[in-house]
Structure formats: structure tokens, C-alpha cells
Design a protein around this ligand. Structure first.
Ligand code: NAD
Length: 491
């Protein structure tokens, strides 16, 4: 790894918890190493919170709630815009920490920062609309007046994973604050550095103490304590389906509101009339962006038979030429995986795929030695009962199968317990819309890369999600609805 390619991290890294407006050390007095996945060396040690710290943070959020929920939407919008401007001003620092800690190429980290800025700006706009959000509802009675109000859900616990640090946080934090909730954020124990730097930006925006708190630590201690704390009203979780199930069970004990963004096993459907260059770009982007560590990875490629040979040949060439290496080096298209457990899991899937009867296996190159680098891999014609075809891998592994008819393509794409996203590639507009309507997925892209605008929606069908993030849905997830019915005439 060439040191020259790396930016200088000549600023202090945040390592403490942020509770009630103060950076503090936890009651546990324990620390966890944060690892650079490109070298597997420890970057720094971060404080590890425990249940007592969670209790402290939740109580601070609960105390702050009374005043925060009385602020106007316009006031909250001011804070959100200050966070957006702070993230913009410190964008390079955030991006560098993202690449250092998560391992994604620096160009991808800059996209993440842009997403964070756009999300805070969007929810600032929505927060302003809340000041006129009291809606009178038409009812069939002239004796009554019905009004619907939207109120903050209360103290919200935000639990996020390691694949898109800052982004998954922004998608929760911005709407929660806009709605008037106070929050306790738990970043992934693998990627706290960009999250804590974002927390410093939130701090500088001047939110009242207790409105925003961060407790770093493990899922089993900090995460579990948040999901069962009696003063938490809402849990917003992004992570694996297995942990999502535990979160839901834990939250059920005190009937908390729960939003879950979980795993995926998504398809890209390429019809024979597709623009081949576009199809190759969309397939490789959907499989190898963020080293495939995307809930939205379109890792199953379904190609209509007449185009199969040409597409597979072009994909094989792309896979073989993918440049894997230091996320800060120019020309690198894929960095390492983010943590060792994930690296080992992906290697197990690749080994399994090699014995599961594929008609073709293509692998690219990856640096050897230190670092969690994985060869981008393509399997052709794996049987549909192979775990590699059915399970979420969360790594740079692509599986291609061909199909004969539109109905067959839809049935195969829908044959999964997940339903997060899908992509359709065709020059036939009507077919694109028809297939999009038939796919069981919360987001469908037609002839476009995986662009996500905060104004729209995020989330999926089946085991991929409960609820939706982004757009007005993301705000509604942090609101309670109150109906006030009053006598129309004085009594
Ligand atoms: P994970 O489920 O292991 O961890 C997610 C978060 O939950 C972490 O902060 C972890 O510390 C915490 N956690 C772990 N155990 C917990 C418990 N018992 N109670 C409460 N919190 C607990 O997931 P991960 O490995 O960090 O992330 C990868 C997964 O996230 C993949 O399955 C991916 O598909 C999913 N994901 C989904 C989306 C989406 O929008 N649908 C986005 C990104 C990632």
C-alpha cells in the first residue's frame, strides 16, 4: 500500500461518546480497535458504551424532547441546513474517513457525502412545511370539525450498519430531527470514524444538548439496550435480516414503533433489445459498487437468451479488468471488504459457488497480502437452489442466468424471500414499465444506475423492510398522527 496515495489525517479523530452535548468516556472504561480494511492495521481505539451509557443518553434525549418538540419546523430546518453546510464544508475530511474506515474508493465516498448533504437539505424543506401541516379533514357532519396533526414520535433510537456509514445515518437522523424527535444514534462498531466526524458537525450546528446523542459500542450491548429501553418510543434499524428479527422481538416487549431496512437479493433483468454497453455498466455497477456490500446489490443477472452470450463475454472481460486496490489510489474501482468476518463469509460463498455446478466461473485480480481484498467473481448458470444464487452475499459476486420469456424473468426475479430493488434494461419503454409493475421490489430502476433521490422513497417488499425511508415516508416514520374532533359550534 503506497503511503503517498493517502491523504494526511492531521486532525484529531473523534473516539468518545456524545451524550447531552458533551464528548464523554463511557462507564464501561472499555475501548475497541477500529481497523483500516486496506491494511488490517488499527487506526485508533474508540470508546465502547454499555447499557449504563445508553440509559444516560436516552434520559438526556427524553429531557430534551419537551423543548425540542415545541420548536417550529422553520427553527428545526435552520439546524438541518447548518448540518448540511457543515458536511459540505468538511466534505473531503468526511470522505477520507469513509474510505479509510469502510474501504470504498474515495470517489464513492464523495458521492456518499453528497447524499448526506442532499438529505439534510431535503428534510429542512420538509420541516418548514410542518408549520402549516395541521389539516382540516372533510367529514359528513356540519356539527363537527376534524383536524389531523402530526406530532413527533418521541425519543428515537437509530441503529445503523457499516456499508454506508453517514448515509444510512442521514436517512434517519435528518427526518427524525425534522419531525421533532430527539435521538440516540448507534453506529456500527466497524465504522465509527466517519459517523463520529459527522456527529462533530451536528454538534457545531448548535442543537440543544440532549437532542442528538451518540453511543458507540456493540450490537449486543448498546443496540440491545436501545431496543428495550422504556423511554425509547421508536427504533429505526438498518442491518441484516437476522438482527432485524431480534430488534423487532425486543421492541415488541414494550410495543415500540419499528422501521426496518434489511437485506436483499435483487435482480437486474436484461432484455435482448438492451443497449449492450449500458447493460454492462449497469450490471457491473449494481454488483461491484462498494465491493458489492450493498443491500441493493443487483447480484442476480437475468439475461434474455439471444443476448446471453454477448453479455457474458463482455461481463467476463469487465470482471477480469476490474482494478481492485487502495481506495485512495487513482484508477481503483473496488476497495477491500470492510471487515474480516464479511471477508471470510464472502470467500466461503465463492468457494461454494465453485463446487455448485456453474458452467463458467470468471475471477478478476486482487492484491495479495495484507488487506481484505476479494477478487470480483462471476458465476454463470448456477442452479437456482444454490445458496450463492439464493442468499445475500454482500460481496463482489455476480450470478448470471438466461431466460426465454418475460414471464419467466419476472417469476425468477420474484423467487426470493427479499424484495428490495430491481433493475430492468430494455429499449422497449412499455415493457420496462410492465415488468417494473410486476416485480416485487420497493425500488425499480429502468435503464439507469442506482440513483437515489431523497425526495423519493427507500425500502422494499417481503423480508427486506418494514416501512419506508426517504421522501415524506421517511418523515412519517418519526411522527404520530393525532386526530382532534371538536364541536363546530360553541357549547
Ligand atoms: P448487522 O445486522 O450485523 O448490524 C447492524 C447494526 O445493528 C450494527 O450497528 C450492529 O452493532 C447492530 N446490532 C447487532 N446486533 C444487535 C442487536 N441484537 N440489537 C440491536 N442492534 C444490534 O448488519 P451489518 O453487518 O452491519 O450490515 C449489513 C446488513 O445491512 C446487510 O444485510 C445489508 O443488506 C443490510 N443493509 C440494509 C440496507 C437497507 O436499506 N435495506 C442498507 C444497508 C445495509
Amino acid at each position: 500500500m503506497s503511503a503517498q496515495t493517502r491523504p494526511r489525517f492531521d486532525f484529531p479523530l473523534r473516539t468518545r461518546l456524545f451524550i447531552d452535548g458533551c464528548w464523554c468516556v463511557p462507564e464501561t472504561r472499555r475501548r475497541l480497535p477500529v481497523v483500516d480494511p486496506s491494511t488490517e492495521e488499527t487506526i485508533v481505539e474508540v470508546e465502547v458504551g454499555g447499557p449504563a451509557d445508553v440509559d444516560c443518553a436516552v434520559r438526556a434525549a427524553s429531557r430534551a424532547l419537551r423543548a425540542w418538540k415545541q420548536t417550529s419546523g422553520a427553527q428545526r430546518a435552520g439546524f438541518l441546513r447548518a448540518i448540511a453546510r457543515g458536511a459540505e464544508a468538511h466534505g473531503e475530511r468526511l470522505a477520507a474517513l469513509q474510505s479509510l474506515n469502510n474501504g470504498k474508493p474515495i470517489a464513492e465516498s464523495r458521492i456518499d457525502v453528497g447524499d448526506v448533504v442532499a438529505t439534510f437539505d431535503y428534510y429542512a424543506d420538509l420541516a418548514e412545511t410542518l408549520d402549516r401541516a395541521e389539516q382540516e379533514v372533510a367529514i359528513p357532519s356540519s356539527d363537527h370539525r376534524a383536524v389531523i396533526r402530526r406530532e413527533p414520535a418521541g425519543v428515537a433510537a437509530l441503529i445503523v450498519p457499516w456499508n454506508f456509514p453517514m448515509v444510512t445515518t442521514a436517512w434517519k437522523l435528518a427526518p427524525a430531527l425534522a419531525a421533532g424527535c430527539t435521538v440516540v444514534l448507534k453506529p456500527s462498531e466497524f465504522t465509527p470514524l466517519p459517523e463520529l466526524e459527522l456527529a462533530a458537525i451536528v454538534e457545531r450546528a448548535g442543537l440543544p444538548p440532549g437532542v442528538f446523542n451518540v453511543v458507540t459500542g456493540t450490537g449486543t450491548e448498546v443496540g440491545a439496550a436501545l431496543t428495550t429501553h422504556p423511554l425509547v418510543s421508536k427504533v429505526s434499524f438498518t442491518g441484516s435480516t437476522a438482527v432485524g428479527e431480534q430488534v423487532m422481538k425486543a421492541a415488541a416487549q414494550s410495543i415500540k414503533g419499528v422501521s426496518l431496512e434489511l437485506g436483499g437479493k435483487s435482480s437486474i433483468v436484461v432484455f435482448a433489445d438492451a443497449d449492450l454497453d449500458l447493460a454492462v455498466d449497469l450490471v457491473t455497477g449494481g454488483a461491484f459498487f462498494n465491493a458489492g456490500q450493498m443491500c441493493s446489490a443487483t447480484s442476480r443477472v437475468l439475461v434474455e437468451r439471444p443476448l446471453a452470450e454477448a453479455l457474458i463475454a463482455r461481463l467476463a472481460d469487465r470482471v477480469a479488468r476490474t482494478v481492485v486496490g487502495d481506495p485512495f489510489a487513482s484508477g481503483v474501482q473496488m476497495g477491500p471488504l470492510t471487515n474480516r468476518a464479511q471477508y471470510e463469509r464472502v470467500q466461503r460463498f465463492i468457494a461454494r459457488g465453485k463446487t455448485d455446478g456453474a458452467s463458467l466461473v470468471v475471477q478478476g485480480a486482487a492484491p495479495e497480502g495484507a488487506g481484505l481484498f476479494v477478487q470480483p467473481t462471476m458465476f454463470v448458470d448456477l442452479p437456482v437452489d444454490s445458496a450463492v444464487w439464493r442468499e445475500e452475499i454482500f460481496g463482489p459476486v455476480l450470478c448470471v442466468r438466461s431466460f426465454e420469456t418475460e414471464d419467466e424473468a419476472i417469476a425468477t426475479a420474484n423467487d426470493t424471500e427479499f424484495g428490495l430493488v430491481a433493475t430492468v434494461v430494455t429499449r422497449d419503454e412499455a415493457r420496462g414499465q410492465r415488468v417494473a409493475a410486476a416485480l416485487q421490489a420497493g425500488v425499480v430502476w429502468i435503464n439507469t444506475p442506482q440513483l437515489i433521490f431523497p425526495q423519493t422513497s427507500w425500502g422494499g417488499y417481503k423480508k427486506s423492510s418494514i416501512g419506508r425511508e426517504l421522501g415524506p415516508f421517511g418523515l412519517a416514520a418519526f411522527q404520530e398522527v393525532k386526530q382532534i374532533l371538536s364541536a363546530a359550534r360553541p357549547v
